[in-house]
Design a protein around this ligand. Structure first.
Ligand SMILES: *Cc1c(COP(=O)(O)O)cnc(C)c1O
Length: 378
């Protein structure tokens, strides 16, 4: 059994892929080929924004956003304590300071109350200027933008949506990638829309920012590549990856529906043995992962060992809250309590999930989990 079954997805699209890749190889148009422009257009239409800039990774997409808005030394960037480090790493690289916020007990997304508390504390301390919020659609579930946006407005902060895990999800009928002032996503192979290597994109409706990022990601180009007007980076999506993504975009909505269907079965069978994912109100999740949370008294390591013994791959998303990572040792947490993110880190287990999980595989996973807890909680 695979944790995420990309091999079966490949079988489904292999014919289409082969002819697409043949074209790229025959045209020898590997960097910034026509396919990249076509992909950017289709992606913008899919997400419902004016502009997409394809780039080399989700991390680069975030870095380009921070660069475009001149975020740097002396700036505070707020983010949830439970996310992948890449949500704020590029801001740190540019000299800004991350300020971690507690997550919601149920959705694991950034908690609005904690966010506002942290903003007030930063202002009170007076050392940093609050600049931006990185709202992460954690595990594919949209953050609660109705709660977050008024806070961003009140303190005049940029709302960045980290939609790395949420392409295909929606909030009040609007697609993820269109929910903040600007958004970033990743096409890492295991994400809901993944390519066959690294890739990412920025989504925006702002023409000026689109122009700036279009320049920044190609060495700060001006009218041409050799007419440089600013210091930028080299971050492009390969033509080959664009063709792979165009093929996968055709089946994305169908895959998202299958994800919803499989998640419902897990929900029904595993609730209330374990804590099942809670989806934000009036939202649909892309279910980038299906992650369960055990009870604090359960032995998570023992459970994961049991799954491994029974050939059920599993991963912890993520085992460490950001404030406990060695790299952030000694960072100012402004006295915030991270009970929920610490608990989630300790007790979460991602179980096999993808649109290509078979009915038999899923039934087997469910049976084994039920069996384990019948014994363990006797
Ligand atoms: C994967 C991921 C990223 C980074 O994307 P890469 O393409 O791996 O650079 C950023 N944020 C979140 C929440 C992610 O899951």
């Amino acid at each position: 059994m695979e944790y995420i079954n990309l091999k079966k997805q490949y079988e489904r699209i292999s014919e289409d892929l082969r002819s697409r890749l043949n074209c790229v190889l025959e045209n020898a148009d590997f960097i910034m080929g026509d396919s990249v422009k076509r992909f950017e257009g289709e992606m913008a239409a899919y997400v419902g924004v004016k502009y997409t800039i394809a780039c080399a990774s989700g991390t680069d997409a975030l870095q380009l956003i921070f660069m475009a808005y001149d975020i740097g030394p002396g700036d505070a960037v707020f983010c949830p304590d439970m996310t992948f480090i890449a949500s704020v790493e590029p801001a740190c690289l540019l000299g800004a300071t991350p300020v971690f916020c507690e997550i919601c007990e149920d959705t694991y997304n950034i908690q609005p109350k904690s966010l506002e508390r942290q903003i007030k504390r930063v202002i009170e301390q007076g050392k940093l200027i609050p600049k931006a919020i990185v709202a992460v659609d954690y595990l594919g579930n949209p953050a609660d933008y109705d709660e977050l946006q008024p806070i961003a407005d009140r303190y005049n902060l940029l709302m960045i949506e980290d939609a790395a895990q949420s392409i295909g999800a929606s909030y009040h009928g609007k697609k993820c990638g269109s929910l903040g002032n600007i958004a970033a996503t990743s096409f890492f192979p295991s994400k809901p829309l993944g390519c066959y290597g690294d890739g990412g994109a920025v989504f925006t409706n702002d023409e000026h920012i689109w122009e700036k990022i279009s320049s920044l990601h190609i060495h700060g180009k001006g009218k041409s590549k050799y007419d440089n007007i600013r210091i930028g980076i080299n971050s492009r999506l390969d033509t080959i990856q664009a063709e792979i993504l165009l093929a996968k975009l055709r089946i994305l909505d169908d895959e998202i529906q299958t994800r919803q269907h499989l998640a419902k079965i897990y929900d029904r069978e595993l609730n209330p043995i374990v804590k099942i994912p809670t989806i934000t109100l009036d939202a649909t999740s892309a279910y980038a992962q299906y992650v369960i949370q055990l009870k604090p008294e359960d032995d998570c390591l023992d459970f994961r060992g049991y799954l491994m013994q029974n050939h059920i791959p599993n991963i912890s998303y993520y085992p460490n809250p950001l404030h406990l990572l060695p790299v952030f040792e000694g960072i100012d947490t402004y006295g915030e309590n991270f009970d929920f993110s610490v608990r989630h880190g300790r007790c979460n287990v991602g179980i096999p999930f993808s649109p290509y999980l078979s009915e038999n595989e899923q039934q087997y996973v469910i049976e084994q989990i039920k069996k384990y807890f019948q014994e363990a909680r006797k």
